[in-house]
Each structure stands twice: as C-alpha cells, then as structure tokens.
Ligand binder design. Structure first.
Ligand code: C2E
Ligand code: MG
Ligand code: MG
Length: 266
C-alpha cells in the first residue's frame, strides 16, 4: 500500500511537471504495407524508479482520478504532435492519424468531446486525424452517457475504436447501435494465433462480424511476418506490433513516417 501511495504521489508530480511523454507505435495497412497511423502510448521515465509501465501506472491513475489530467494531456499532446509533423512536412498534412487511449473513468469524469475539440482547434488539425480507443467496459458501464459522448465525438469527425476487442463481454448489440469505426483485436488472440487454431477461428469470426457491420479491424501484437500474412489473408485491415516497430519516440516515429512515405512512392 505504501508503494502504491508513493507511486501515486510521484505520478501526480510527473504529470504536473510534464515529465510524461507519448510513444507512437505505427499501424500498417496489411494489404499494401503502407503506414496508416500511430497509437499514442503514455510513457513515464522516473528519475529514480526508471521506466514505469503503463500497465502499472494507468490503474493507479484511474483509482486516484489522475487519469483525467493524464488522459486530457494525451489528447492535447497527440494533436500537437500531428501539427508538428505537418509543419515538418512543409505544411502538407502528414497522411496519418493518431489513436489515443481513453479510460472508462476519464470518459465518465471529464468532458472528453470538449477536450478533443479544444485540442483540435488549438493545434489546428482536423478531427478525422484522431481515433479514440475505448474499451467495452467504458461503454457498457453507462451506455446512454457513452452513446451521447460518442455522438459528440463523431460530430467532430473523430473516429472510434474498440480496444482489447475479444477479451471482455463482447456484447454485440451495442456495436450496431454505437458509432464505432474500428475493432482492435486484442493481442492475446493474435500473438500466438498460428499455434492455436481456436484463436484463428475467433479472429475469423471477429473479422466477419466487422465486415457485416461495415467496421475496420486492426490486429495488435503482430510479432512476425507469417502472422502479418495470415491476418492479411483473413481480411484484417490494419496491423500493429513489434514485427513493424515498437512504440517510438515522436522523433523516431516521424522518421518512420517519412521513410514509409518514401518507400511507397519509389
Ligand atoms: P493498449 O491500448 O492495448 O496498447 C497496446 C499495448 O501493446 C502497448 O503496451 C504496446 O506497447 C503493446 N504492444 C505493441 N505491440 C506489441 C507486440 O508485438 N507484442 C506485445 N507483446 N506487445 C505489444 P503499453 O504501451 O505497455 O500499454 C499498455 C496499456 O496501457 C495500453 O494497452 C492501454 O490500455 C494503456 N495505456 C497506455 N497509454 C495510455 C493512455 O495515455 N491513456 C490510457 N487511458 N491508457 C493508456
Ligand atoms: Mg489502445
Ligand atoms: Mg489494445
């Protein structure tokens, strides 16, 4: 408990003094290998503790309410990064989106559409360049509230992805009712799929569900080329994982982006 308390205190300080950063992991269009976007992942490198994983600090941020300033900062930082990349490309719009994770607690306790709207106008980037990654629990906790929030996000042209899809309740009724654009197939189904026929069947079923509902799919946790090929054959739209790149610093992500764009034109 004491460790948890001191982690919370240090996390609060890290957020206030802007010590957190975002790492950006590429998402690749599986049918042609082109870059589609990046997922923004919070990183905390503490001077004493070293690297603290989001798996450890996000739950603490959620329990303490710190997820609101942290999550809002992530939205602003993602929008600023897009603006920065556009400027580096000489004012041409970098042809990528950034996905930002939104916690269930943040969705409940903060006016996410307002934060998104302010971040977009401040950075002068358009809403279609943001994808907000929500989990099913964020939506199922209070479906009416979630539905209203998603409607307002769609009005800003932002897109919605269901993160960790296939792990929780997978209540399929809401998928048809809510304006979801992308299903992110959880990496627990993807990474060892080639060794597990049951998982292949599940991924195939998710893919066919997505096609029926006119949604895109993104597979997480692609660690090798055979897996990438298999997912492309199954019709999966986007892929993310160490096979392509780990989460990268903003500068490395920009270098990855320009290298991908150059490779696509030559
Ligand atoms: P997520 O949104 O499902 O993010 C994907 C996680 O998979 C990331 O872990 C990423 O580094 C990892 N990953 C990517 N490719 C591979 C791969 O090929 N193999 C394996 N084994 N793992 C891979 P990370 O960065 O540790 O983040 C963990 C979770 O923390 C995220 O899961 C997300 O739920 C949460 N998180 C991170 N940043 C934020 C944030 O800014 N806000 C909120 N609310 N949650 C965040
Ligand atoms: Mg995510
Ligand atoms: Mg995920």
């Amino acid at each position: 408990a004491r460790n948890r308390f001191s982690l919370e205190t240090e996390l609060r300080r890290a957020i206030e003094s802007e010590q957190l950063t975002l790492a950006f992991q590429p998402l690749i269009e599986l049918k042609n290998g082109r870059i589609a976007g990046f997922e923004a992942l919070a990183r905390w490198n503490d001077s004493e503790r070293g690297f603290v994983s989001p798996v450890d600090f996000i739950p603490i941020a959620e329990d303490s309410g710190l997820i609101v300033p942290l999550g809002n900062w992530a939205i602003q930082e993602a929008a600023r990064t897009l603006a920065d990349w556009d400027a580096k490309m000489g004012g041409r719009e970098a042809p990528v989106y950034i996905g930002v994770n939104i916690s269930a607690i943040q969705l409940m306790r903060s006016d996410v559409p307002q934060v998104v709207s302010d971040a977009l106008s401040e950075a002068k980037v358009s809403g279609d360049r943001l994808i907000l990654e929500l989990t099913e629990s964020a939506i199922l906790g209070d479906p009416d509230h979630a539905s209203a929030v998603l409607g307002r996000l769609k009005a800003l042209n932002a897109r919605i992805a269901m993160d960790d899809f296939g792990t929780a309740y997978s209540n399929l009724a809401y998928l048809q009712k809510l304006p979801v654009d992308v299903l992110k197939i959880d990496r627990s189904l993807v990474t060892d799929m080639l060794q597990d026929h049951g998982k292949i069947s599940i991924v195939r079923a998710i893919q066919s569900l997505a096609e029926t509902l006119d949604l895109k799919t993104a597979a997480e946790g692609i660690e090798g080329p055979e897996l990438a090929r298999m997912l492309a054959v199954l019709g999966c739209d986007y892929g993310q994982g160490y096979h392509y790149a780990p989460p990268l610093s903003a500068a490395d992500a920009y270098a990855f982006l320009t290298a991908s764009l150059n490779a696509a034109t030559t």
